[in-house]
Design a protein around this ligand. Structure first.
Ligand SMILES: [Zn+2]
Ligand SMILES: [Zn+2]
Length: 363
């Protein structure tokens, strides 16, 4: 039998391997460069989204102040009739807004539900990206209940040095100095439990702020958006709220916060091993001013909403397997579709239709 592994064969194989290594070294850099360039080009082209007529609502943050590897702080982006808004600026949410290719540079207003840190902490970054993303000559408006002036003033001051650096580096044509920061647009609500006020009404797009109950945090509001026969409500932080029930009548989408008390109690009961003296107290206190998944489902059922979406989810869920445990008895109160909101979800309500489209931009 012929010996294929004689000296000549081995030399030939060695030469081929050496040739491949040299070729790999020669072409590795241009190949990876071309690959990277195609990734960047594809990502850039995705920013140029063409929108249809209707309401788009993106979940740019579905978490709470509790650190969650899967969810950043609360944030909902809304596009309707060519107008762009962001409701709340939870920690880390600016990254999601831009990763979801929301036209942040065109944002007309950021709306705040209340001034808990988890709803305002990304305000400075949100304002910066809006300024940089649109060569904006005027600052973005931040709409909120009384007190928003103080929050905006604080962020303006904190970001003043940064704004100066950006203008100096990129030049006023790219970063117009007049577009930095934000201007506050406060509104007042009367004393009634269901007080409401229209905060935006243009081109058929109407936004109503309404009182919710997040005491001792006052004022605290939710927002209702409507456009061409479609509507949605964003709860903000609240316990079961009659005022929210009134505003949510017949809406297509209800984004409602939710806290599972049993799960938070587990954190409370195990606080002793955390080594942190405050976790026990905090986990004891927080259920008192949030809604349970059942509370939100009751509202959805009584209001006849088309779809219920949980966001501001407490506590963090380490596995999707725990979804049903989180929901508890919610399905007893609402028979429509229930969605556990996740960062990156985008909902679309086409104008003058009853369709609800949903996709996950992060999967
Ligand atoms: Zn809150
Ligand atoms: Zn909150």
């Amino acid at each position: 039998m012929k010996n294929w592994f004689n000296r000549k064969t081995l030399l030939f194989i060695g030469a081929v391997i050496a040739l491949l290594v040299v070729a790999g070294m020669m072409f590795f850099k241009p190949l990876t460069t071309a690959w990277m360039n195609s990734i960047v080009r594809s990502a850039m082209s995705k920013k140029n989204v063409q929108y249809e007529d209707g309401i788009y609502a993106g979940l740019c943050g579905t978490g709470s102040p509790m650190p969650d590897i899967n969810r950043v702080g609360p944030c909902v982006s809304v596009l309707a009739g060519g107008h762009a808004f962001i409701v709340d600026a939870g920690e880390g949410s600016t990254r999601n807004v831009t990763l979801m290719n929301f036209p942040i540079g065109k944002t007309e207003a950021i709306l705040l539900t209340h001034f808990h840190s988890d709803h305002i902490s990304d305000l400075g970054e949100m304002e910066l990206q809006r300024w940089a993303g649109g060569v904006n000559q005027t600052p973005v408006t931040v709409i909120g209940p009384t007190g928003v002036e103080q929050v905006v003033e604080g962020f303006n001051l904190a970001y003043q040095l940064d704004a100066g650096y950006r203008v100096a580096h990129h030049g006023p044509a790219v970063m117009p100095p007049t577009g930095a920061g934000a201007v506050a647009s406060p509104f007042e609500l009367s004393a009634e439990y269901n007080a409401s006020v229209v905060v935006f009404d243009e081109d058929g797009v109407k936004i109503t702020a309404f009182k919710v109950d997040h005491r001792p945090v006052e004022p605290a509001v939710g927002y209702r958006f409507s456009y061409k026969g479609r509507s949605l409500v964003i709860s903000g932080d609240t316990i079961y709220s009659e005022s929210l029930l009134e505003q949510a009548q017949g809406v297509d989408l209800l984004f409602h916060e939710a806290l599972n008390v049993n799960m938070v109690n587990m954190m409370n009961q195990n606080a002793d091993v955390s080594g942190s003296p405050s976790i026990g107290n905090i986990t004891h206190d927080i259920p008192s001013y949030h809604s349970t998944p059942e509370d939100a489902a009751k509202i959805a059922g009584l209001a006849g909403v088309k779809q219920l979406v949980y966001y501001h989810i407490i506590p963090p869920l380490p596995s999707p397997i725990l979804k049903n445990m989180f929901l508890g008895d919610a399905r007893n109160y609402y028979t429509g579709p229930i969605t556990m909101g996740e960062d990156g979800m985008l909902f679309f309500l086409p104008a003058n239709s009853d369709k609800i489209e949903m996709k996950d931009l992060f999967k």
